[in-house]
Design a protein around this ligand. Structure first.
Ligand code: ADP
Ligand code: MG
Length: 248
């Protein structure tokens, strides 16, 4: 379980996140939506250790993340993708994935969901990377330089990189942004395939059709605060949400 416990983040005089508490349960897909500037990426950046919190705690399976360096947060089982793709353009796709491999000390159920081996040797790690690429339909791109790929393919490599780390929590920051309809449908299937009992999934998105069809719970954020929280049906019918966001 991933928990944001009364988290605040200020950038100078700007309060980007104001006393926000979220509970993200494993086994379900939790969407976080809200207009630009609501603070969605800031939540991801704090969880992953890119930004320090101003106050509050972030817990993954009861481990406090908020003061840990990035690599320890990754080892604790948190993976993220970036709203703006961040691959090593000069490395191959497989090399980009190998960078994300972390020591496997914990049993990770995502192994079952994605057909990964339980082992830990280098050969098995390599084979895991290939398995994930295959599941995402991009096995043929393994030896290509990341920088030479089409945008939609790069988005999938970002997702693959987050998966091979065998996370307990995965935070996807606008994975569908810039994708065409066909690519978005494909992504939807991949996100649904990620659902596994031990994995907490956070999906930040603007594509409401995607959100409504894959998420189990939704948090709506606006101006650094949680405006509403509930099932897709409840959120769809929430007048305050319609006024603040959906109807815009
Ligand atoms: P969202 O992802 O919901 O569009 P962000 O989390 O990117 O929103 O931004 C929330 C607020 O935090 C905005 O006011 C933004 O300008 C501010 N912010 C985000 N990152 C930084 C940063 N690195 N430095 C200063 N302000 C930032
Ligand atoms: Mg953002």
């Amino acid at each position: 379980m991933l928990v944001f416990d009364h988290v605040t983040k200020r950038f100078g005089a700007n309060t980007a996140i104001d006393d926000v508490s979220l509970t993200i349960r494993p086994g379900v897909i939790t969407a976080v939506i809200g207009p630009n500037g609501a603070g969605k990426s800031t939540l991801v950046n704090m969880a992953a250790g890119s930004f320090r919190t101003t106050s509050g705690r972030i817990l993954l399976d009861d481990v406090a993340l908020q003061d840990l360096p990035k690599y320890k947060i990754a080892r604790a089982g948190l993976s993220r993708t970036y709203q703006n793709i961040r691959l090593f353009d000069g490395l191959t796709v497989l090399q980009n994935l190998e960078v994300a491999l972390v020591p496997r000390s914990l049993p990770r159920l995502i192994m079952q969901a994605f057909g990964l081996s339980p082992g830990s040797s280098e050969a098995e790690a390599r084979s895991d990377c290939e398995t994930v690429l295959q599941r995402l339909g991009i096995a043929h791109l393994g030896e290509r330089h990341a920088g030479s790929l089409a945008y939609g393919q790069q988005k999938l490599v970002e997702l693959a990189r987050a998966i091979v780390a065998r996370p307990r929590a995965i935070l996807l920051d606008e994975p569908a942004a810039g994708l065409n309809h066909g690519e978005t449908d494909e992504l939807k299937a991949h996100i649904q395939a990620l659902r596994s009992p031990d994995l907490a999934i956070v999906l930040i998105e603007h594509d409401m059709k995607l959100i409504m069809s894959v998420s189990d719970e939704i948090y709506v954020m606006a101006r650094g605060a949680v405006l509403a929280h509930g099932t897709p049906e409840a959120i769809r019918g929430n007048r305050q949400v319609q006024e603040a966001y959906l109807g815009q």
